[in-house]
Design a protein around this ligand. Structure first.
Ligand code: ATP
Length: 892
């Protein structure tokens, strides 16, 4: 279908829709049922059974299964069945862990799917892009990603970047008129917007003509199916480390078998013991547990309103040393209310709160009606004319639809009885030049009922004043002399000093047929009318969050488009700007090289009146100084800085699709305090991963050493294969998972950020693993030897004692793993999962030892009470002995 050839009216007929009311609910469900969701097909997923089988592809597991089969054939049915059962249970556990990790990653993808504004049953609503159908009327603006193929019916300076389809990175100017021609390539279909392209400027309305695989993107979708898998640096490091650990474990196991055979043990039983030991000691489950810990942490973050889009960010979060954050909406509430008006050297106060349009205008103590003062009437009227926000009354509450800055202007006008309905009867908007953060202005071309035309501009006052040549003063138009300019600047400083955000309004008349081609023509030679000053109160929680970040060694830097005085006042209120801290303006930044910025950036706490382009420079300078930078943003132009930063953060509410796609973290509530919470979670997740790595590896070291020492000392096997496998399944598995869910240590936000280059085993972890592993192995062997020499004829009893000591030593040691310092630093009952895991492990151990039908399977026999004292005494040694010695070291 050549949609570009058709007139908008014909398109409407063809797709059976209504431009005014959109589709109805019924039409949408019918079309969804018939044509399906607006999704690109994904590569087929491997089948579940195959995924399950994957769990057994490990070489050592296969050897174990083969060995078991042999022992089964030789008549050792009980052993063989038990071993196979344990291997299968282990496989199931691994399988479920992987599924869980995968599922939560999928859920994440869903959460970050783009939303679209669509006209349905006469209302503009937001729906997930996959619910679009042919015939839907959609609108989009700068920063949106187009979600289907759309024939445009209305454009407003609309430009779209189509490189995803055409490879051309220069944006294309869009229009609505039909295009004739036989072969019009995608790049030339200027009245179409295609799925996967992005709006870089302006806004537009269109009707969906293609969805899912029936879009231009769908045709080439096969090329796009290389879904990137998300592996974090830690996971990659662990994979490499895993290979080393496997080799070491295999070598040691081989040594155990060799020594055993030399000492006269029979080859067959040594072989089975060796293979079991290898299966138990190889931490093959480590990557899966890491993924689970990461994804569980990610879910906790979602509960705290932070969505992780790129898994590696979870780790990087813990390294962040600087947060560069927007002010408006992130540190402040973005609920603006005009409280001051200024024009011609006079100031009026405006009363009332929020978006409720009730309030009065006061000059000093005297109430006045703005209709009696021409300049104030114009200031309010023009503030509303050049404005896209609406305030609607919903259930007694006044609700804003649109930009809060503009909402405040709607309300201030309303308080003077100037409403949009009123203006619609008097004025027609001919053209709009939308606001953008680089220009810091917005303009409209307006015609009034007498046919008079003029430009109305509103924007940052310091910019507008530069573009004005006269000013309304004493109700007359006067040349904007240096003196009057000075008066305006004084007024801006005065309002800004009260932490008010200021918007200036200006205008200029146009001839009846005078054309205005671009915003530069529109926004020069203006007549300055006055200022509206609005409060935007800081969010309550931000001050404390800034303070907590400071204690955590993280500096907060405010980057804002707002005026320097306003920014400084708010930064002081929030504790961001310390005594002696520097404030730098966008204009100064433009004149600086990255190197020059590098020199001063450590002292700068506020960047004011910056354009999005400046953010990249700031990120680079900070990174050159060795910082790990978190950078927030919301607009299209923020994307490069978000991408270049170490942790790109996009706003969930006000952020554009483009900013979100560039980011690794999205704040659902746009709140600065959420960044702090995410950093805390990021630090905790990393520490938890270290905790269970420490636990698992120390346990494995213990298991190998007890066997190795026994063989060196020419002792019988202290543990039988099935016991080793049981320990691997129960004692290692459950508590390790529970450690992944551990609470943050109290001081996690009082430490310096982690050095991103530090290895997994940094900060003494390797020493802890080896020393605790040695002790666990040592006490197990000691218990075994004491009981064995007491009664050498009862080997099974001594093996049961060794088994119980190994289990108990690990289960006590797990509490030590919760702290980097020692077991005394944390309340052992705090982590309920861990207490539960440890109690269940103990219970299962008791069942295996005391339940007669299981005794022959696990080669166990009941232990006497007196020997339990021995077991408990010895198994407490690794944890308490070293903790004690560390404590004394600390005190010294
Ligand atoms: P932050 O970067 O912290 O979010 P900001 O929202 O103030 O700060 P911008 O949106 O770039 O940053 O706004 C810069 C300036 O442009 C504002 O201080 C204001 O004076 C002006 N401004 C903001 N919104 C509009 C608008 N809709 N129309 C005209 N001018 C605006």
């Amino acid at each position: 279908m050549k949609w570009y050839e058709l007139r908008a009216e014909d398109v409407k007929e063809k797709v059976n829709t209504d431009f005014k009311h959109g589709l109805s609910k019924d039409q949408v469900s019918e079309r969804l049922a018939q044509f399906g969701y607006n999704e690109l097909q994904e590569a087929e997923k491997p089948n579940m059974f195959l995924l399950f089988l994957e769990q057994f592809k490990d070489f050592m597991v296969l050897v174990l299964l083969a060995a078991t089969l042999v022992s089964g054939l030789l008549g050792e049915y009980i052993d063989a069945t038990a071993i196979i059962a344990i291997v299968i249970i282990n496989g199931f556990l691994g399988f479920f862990q992987e599924r869980k990790a995968e599922k939560s990653l999928e859920a994440l993808k869903e959460l970050s799917a783009p939303q679209v504004m669509v006209l349905r049953d006469s209302n503009w609503i937001k729906v997930s892009s996959k619910e679009l159908v042919v015939g839907d009327v959609v609108k989009f603006s700068s920063g949106d990603r187009i979600s289907a193929d759309v024939r445009l019916i209305q454009t407003n300076s609309l430009e779209i970047e189509e490189s995803a389809l055409t490879g051309e990175s220069l944006p294309v100017q869009k229009k609505v008129e039909p295009i004739m021609g036989d072969k019009v390539g995608i790049g030339d279909q200027e009245n179409m917007a295609f799925m996967g392209t992005m709006v870089t400027r302006g806004s537009g309305v269109g009707v969906v003509v293609g969805t899912g695989m029936k879009t231009a993107m769908g045709q080439i979708a096969d090329l796009l199916q290389s879904a990137e898998t998300m592996v974090t640096p830690l996971q990659r490091k662990l994979e490499q480390l895993g290979k080393i650990l496997i080799t070491v474990a295999l070598l040691l196991t081989f040594l155990v078998v060799l020594l055993g055979v030399i000492q006269g043990h029979d080859l067959y039983s040594m072989f089975l013991a060796g293979v079991s030991l290898a299966v138990a000691a190889i931490p093959e489950g480590l990557p899966a547990i890491v993924t689970v810990a990461l994804s569980l942490g990610v879910q906790r973050m979602i509960k705290n309103n932070a969505i992780v889009r790129k898994l590696p960010a979870v780790e990087t979060l813990g390294c962040a040393s600087v947060i560069c954050s927007d002010k408006t909406g992130t540190m402040t509430q973005n609920k603006m209310t005009v409280t001051h008006l200024w024009s011609g050297g006079k100031t009026w106060n405006v009363t009332g709160t929020g978006y409720n349009p009730v309030g009065g205008f006061f000059a000093g103590n005297q109430e006045i009606h703005p209709s009696n003062v021409k300049s104030i009437g114009q200031l309010l009227t023009f503030g509303l004319l050049c404005n896209n926000a609406t305030i609607n009354k919903k259930k007694k509450e006044y609700v804003l639809d649109g930009d809060p800055t503009e909402g405040a202007l709607v309300v201030s006008a309303w308080k003077a009885d100037i409403t949009r309905d009123l203006l619609n009867n008097q004025f027609i908007i001919e053209k709009e030049f939308p606001f953008d953060s680089s220009r810091k202005m917005m303009s409209v071309i307006v015609r009034d009922s007498n046919g008079k035309r003029f430009v109305v501009t509103k924007g940052a006052p310091d910019v507008l004043i530069k573009n004005s040549e006269s000013i309304l003063w004493d109700e007359k138009q006067q040349f904007l002399s240096d003196r009057l300019k000075g008066e305006v600047e004084k007024a801006i400083e005065n309002l800004g000093g009260q932490a008010l955000r200021t918007i200036a309004v200006a205008f200029k008349p146009l001839g009846p047929t005078q054309s205005v081609y671009n915003e530069i023509e529109a926004e020069t030679n203006l007549i300055f009318i006055g200022l509206q000053g609005m409060i935007d109160p800081p969010r309550d929680e931000v001050k404390q969050a800034v303070q907590e970040c400071k204690e955590a060694g993280i500096r907060t830097v405010m980057i804002t488009g707002d005026h320097i005085v306003t920014a400084t006042a708010i930064a002081r209120q929030l504790g961001i700007l310390p005594e002696g801290g520097k404030v730098v303006q966008g204009t100064e930044l433009s004149d600086m090289t990255v190197e020059e910025l590098e020199e001063i950036v450590e002292d700068v706490y506020v960047f004011a009146r910056v354009s999005p382009e400046h953010k990249l420079k700031i990120v680079k300078a900070l990174q050159k100084n060795g910082h790990i930078v978190a950078m927030t943003g919301d607009g299209v132009n923020d994307a490069p800085a978000i991408k270049a930063s170490d942790i790109g953060i996009a706003m969930g509410i006000t952020g554009t699709d483009v900013a979100k796609e560039a980011s690794s973290l999205v704040l659902l509530d746009d709140n600065f305090a959420t960044i702090k919470a995410a950093i805390k979670e990021g630090r905790n997740i990393y520490e938890n991963i270290r905790k269970f790595i420490r636990y698992l590896l120390a346990s494995n070291v213990g298991e190998i050493l007890v066997m190795l020492f026994a063989m060196l000392l020419a002792l019988p096997l202290p543990l039988v294969p099935i016991q080793i496998l049981w320990v691997n399944l129960v004692t290692d598995g459950l508590p390790a998972m529970a450690l992944g869910l551990d609470q943050a240590e109290g001081d996690v936000m009082r430490r310096a950020p982690r050095n991103p280059r530090e290895g997994v085993f940094a900060r003494g972890l390797a020493w802890k693993i080896i020393s605790r592993g040695f002790l666990i192995g040592g006490v197990t062997l000691a218990a075994f030897m004491i009981v064995y020499y007491r009664d050498p004829n009862n080997l099974m009893y001594a093996q049961t004692i060794a088994f119980a000591t190994l289990v108990m030593a690990q289960l006590i040691h797990v509490f030590d793993c919760r702290s980097d310092r020692s077991v005394y630093h944390r309340n052992p009952f705090e982590n309920k999962y861990l207490v539960f895991a440890v109690l269940s492990s103990i219970l299962l151990m008791l069942v295996v030892i005391y339940y007669p039908p299981l005794q022959p399977i696990f080669h166990t026999t009941a232990i006497t009470l007196r020997d339990w004292l021995l077991i408990l005494g010895l198994s407490a040694v690794p944890t308490f002995l070293l903790a004690g010695s560390l404590l004394t070291k600390k005190k010294a």
